[in-house]
Design a binder for this molecule. Structure first.
Ligand SMILES: Nc1ncnc2c1ncn2[C@@H]1O[C@H](COP(=O)(O)OP(=O)(O)OP(=O)(O)O)[C@@H](O)[C@H]1O
Length: 323
């Protein structure tokens, strides 16, 4: 499968009064055509920063310091703003955080989808309406509901509308940024099942940003785990669940209760995430890591492929230190 997106050594800083905060540090990963990739980590680890950097929508005081974001062979970091305007929505679209609250209460949902089509494509209103109806059916909403207002819909239905809106210009890649936050667990599962179905039916590529490991493992093909602005592990979902190598990934899995295994002992990771303005030297996880050694204070481990399609940023994987 070919890559549709390649993020290469992306570094993004927020230039705060206290100094630059490195919210994305040398981040590299790729998304294959038709793949759902989970980007996971605790709040504040830089997931949204990566998403905004991909679309070059980083807000002040943030800035991309270095790296490339290659979509279908074209680098978006060095692209002109005019080119990016054509790419946003049409090639890459976003389902934002709390997507269901992003709908405008004074317009019908149909008008809002039509508006997004007309804004980005040179089609008639009639064509946009027909496409809106098809999109609603695609996400499991009766096409005649295009005349309804957001308040007439449940949270889950509004979420489906947000997905229809993101699909309105046939993008190649969708970035879903914690978009199911605020929905109950059952509705979240239904929305995830819909996303999985759409991924398969439309051969869509999706980046699913979340802090919810079970949710991501239930739908994603591969998962990249972030810690304090760095990708620490990136592998197939099966490898992340059954053969995770980074101590942070293992801590995250140990901290997650398992409904199918109620006897599982759940333990939290001791310590706290470092301040991104004042990062420790070497590995960012070392102060919380039970395996930390001198080298971890001296050098920052690179993200290396330790077996096919399994990347880990930890010196433990470079030798026989565990024995
Ligand atoms: N506008 C800003 N100014 C300064 N710092 C910022 C700004 N936006 C984000 N940051 C910092 O960058 C870091 C990464 O934030 P980001 O929102 O990317 O994390 P996240 O993993 O998406 O978190 P969440 O899950 O809470 O959305 C955080 O420490 C945050 O404080």
């Amino acid at each position: 499968m070919s890559n549709i997106l390649e993020v290469k050594n992306l570094t993004t800083h927020y230039f705060t009064a206290e100094g630059p905060a490195e919210a994305a540090g040398d981040v590299s990963f790729s998304v294959r055509k038709g793949e759902m990739l989970g980007l996971i980590g605790e709040s504040g680890c830089g997931k949204s920063t990566v998403a905004s950097s991909i679309l070059r929508l980083i807000e002040y005081p943030g800035n991309i310091v270095s790296g490339e974001v290659v979509l279908d062979g074209k680098d978006l970091v060095s692209a002109k703003e005019k080119e990016l305007e054509k790419i946003r929505w049409k090639d890459i679209s976003v389902i934002p955080q709390s997507a269901m609250n992003s709908l405008n209460p004074v317009y019908t949902i149909g008008d809002q989808i039509i508006e997004s089509i007309l804004l980005h494509e040179d089609v008639t209103k009639k064509v946009a309406l027909e496409r809106t109806k098809s999109l609603l059916e695609l996400v499991g909403i009766d096409k005649d509901r295009w005349k309804s207002y957001p308040h007439e819909f449940s949270g889950g239905m509004k979420q489906r509308v947000a997905i229809a809106m993101a699909l309105s210009c046939n993008p190649k890649l969708i970035i879903s940024d914690e978009s199911t936050t605020g929905l109950d667990v059952l509705t979240q599962a239904q929305v995830m099942a819909l996303m999985k179905d759409l991924q398969k039916r439309l051969d869509l590529s999706i980046i699913m940003i979340s802090h919810d490991l079970p949710l991501v493992t239930s739908v994603c093909d591969r998962i990249a785990i972030m810690y304090a602005g760095k990708i620490v592990e990136w592998a197939s979902t099966d490898d992340i669940v059954n053969d995770s190598r980074h101590p942070y990934s293992q801590g995250l899995l140990n901290a997650t209760p398992d409904l199918l295994n109620p006897d599982k002992e759940v333990s939290s990771i001791p310590g706290t995430v470092p301040n991104l303005v004042n990062l420790p030297s070497g590995c960012r996880f070392k102060e919380r890591c039970q395996y930390a050694m001198n080298r971890c204070s001296e050098e920052s481990p690179a993200l290396l492929e330790v077996k096919k399609d399994h990347h880990v940023a930890c010196f433990l994987e470079e030798g026989d230190y565990r024995e």
